[in-house]
Write a protein that binds this ligand. Structure first.
Ligand SMILES: Cc1ncc(COP(=O)(O)O)c(C=O)c1O
Length: 461
């Protein structure tokens, strides 16, 4: 047997001692190893993750320009919280906040009120807390109790479940019903009372991609206020739509043009086109962000404003967000997202033409995000489930999640594709060809298990 005991430094990577045995998986390693060898081993292990570009479940960026990679490298040592040490990174964050306040039509963009976060989830926590604090102040001023706050949402992403559970708020989540997948003004009004801290419509519902009717909900709440005096604010979860509607549906009124909209969150790392790890929350005006949420930190030098759940955070994503704003402008974002909508419409047509599917949302830019979702036609029994199809598509590397809808539609399974920057028309046609091949395979080899749809395939967003 060959002796791999010593490493001469000359060995080819896979002939070296380091790589001739499995590397530690649990016990803390005892010795040093060559960076070349360890890099190769870790790099190889990452191959098993699958190809992010073929992950059509995620809303997040999986392709970035070369310059973004370079800026991320330039910023590897920049901590967003050290605003005194890295004043230009802090200034770049402030510019992004002002630009988004402008994009979303805040009344005074010179003084944008908001901050970067790690993603929309942290942004939701901050916006939710601001609503809670404002409601508490109002109740206390009126000598009323503050022990039973509630929040009204449609079928929302898990971050709002976290917000209500972590901060002891009653979550009045309007369930889906047959034929109604979105929040409606009537359902909102039926749940409002003086303990409602706010209403959260989503611009791009996670399950289907569709926009909820923000302006109609605002009008219903205006009417409620005129009738009863109850003044209930709106926060818009624009995780995806916040960086889509301004470019591709400019006539849709959903943002600070509606006075009742007090705050908006969006994920920079989704359709903001920044690399993973940045979200944003913007408040309409300074009085919408309670003072109690702002910390002043002097131990890094200077006296710096800090809003956020984290302390240390990487600065690169924020710098790259700024790069994208400058690089693309409204025109560039419109072109990139417009191409995604075109690809989505094309794919939706192709999927509808395959036969067994009914397209629920087809990537229409006026009513949702560049996504498609479909279900099996009612009453159809093609001999496979959407979960089987998801499994089969994995064979060619595609991740196309199938999942059941939330309450009260848990008995309905759907499948969804997110079309984002880099899912080109050509890749779309290759995917359609693979779906067609998968259907032919499933027809020839019917799935062994029945039509039970409780074994959801990966669905993380
Ligand atoms: C509507 C909505 N809100 C919030 C989130 C959470 O965003 P993030 O992953 O940026 O924390 C998502 C993620 O997909 C989402 O779709």
């Amino acid at each position: 047997m060959q002796d791999h005991g010593t490493d001469t430094g000359l060995d080819e990577i896979y002939g070296a001692a380091d790589t001739s045995a499995p590397l530690p998986k649990s016990k803390f390693p005892a010795e040093e190893r060559s960076p070349r060898h360890v890099y190769a081993a870790v790099h190889d292990e990452l191959m098993l993750d699958g190809n992010a570009r073929q992950n059509l479940a995620t809303f997040c960026q999986t392709w970035e320009e070369e310059e973004v990679h370079r800026l991320m490298d330039d910023c590897i040592d920049k901590n967003m919280v050290d605003k005194d040490e890295y004043p230009q990174t802090a200034e770049i964050e402030a510019r992004c906040v002002r630009m988004m306040a402008d994009l979303w039509n805040a009344p005074d963009t010179n003084d944008g009120v908001g901050c970067s976060t790690t993603g929309s989830s942290e942004a939701a926590m901050l916006a939710g807390l601001a609503m809670k604090r404002r409601w508490e102040a109002r109740q206390k001023a009126a000598g009323k109790p503050v022990d039973k706050p509630n929040l009204i949402t449609g079928p929302v992403q898990i971050c709002w479940h976290k917000f209500t559970r972590y901060w002891d708020i009653e979550h009045r989540e309007v369930p889906m019903e047959n034929g109604r997948l979105l929040l409606t003004p009537e359902e909102v009004l039926a749940r409002c009372d003086e303990n409602t801290i706010g209403v959260v419509p989503t611009l791009g519902v996670t399950f289907t991609g569709q926009y909820e009717p923000v302006a109609e909900i605002a009008a219903a709440l205006d009417d409620l206020q005129a009738r009863t005096g109850l003044d209930i604010p709106i926060h818009v979860d624009g995780a995806s739509g916040g960086f889509l509607a301004p470019f591709c549906a400019p006539d849709l009124v959903w943002d600070f043009r509606l006075p009742r909209v007090k705050s908006i969150n969006a994920s920079g790392h989704k359709f903001g086109l920044a690399p993973l790890g940045v979200g944003w929350v913007i408040w309409r005006e300074p009085q919408d962000l309670p003072d109690a949420m702002v910390f002043w930190v002097n131990y890094l030098g200077g006296n710096m404003r800090d809003i956020g759940l984290n302390f240390s955070r990487p600065g690169g994503q924020i710098v790259c967000q700024y790069y994208n704003f400058l690089r693309l402008g409204r025109d560039g974002y419109g072109k990139i997202h417009g191409a995604c909508y075109d690809t989505a419409r094309d794919l939706a047509k192709g999927i509808a033409d395959l036969g067994p599917f009914e397209v629920i949302y087809d990537g229409d830019r006026a009513t949702g995000i560049p996504a498609i979702c479909w279900k099996l036609k009612d009453g159809a029994d093609p001999g496979f489930t959407l979960f089987d199809l998801a499994d089969r598509l994995r064979v060619s590397g595609w991740q196309v999640p199938a999942y059941t809808l939330p309450a009260n539609c848990q008995d309905k399974a759907i499948q969804r594709i997110l079309v984002r920057n880099g899912v080109s028309r050509d890749l779309g046609s290759l995917l359609l060809a693979d779906i067609t091949r998968a259907l032919a395979h499933l027809e020839k080899h019917p799935a062994k298990h029945g039509l039970g749809e409780d074994d959801a395939s990966g669905f993380h967003h």
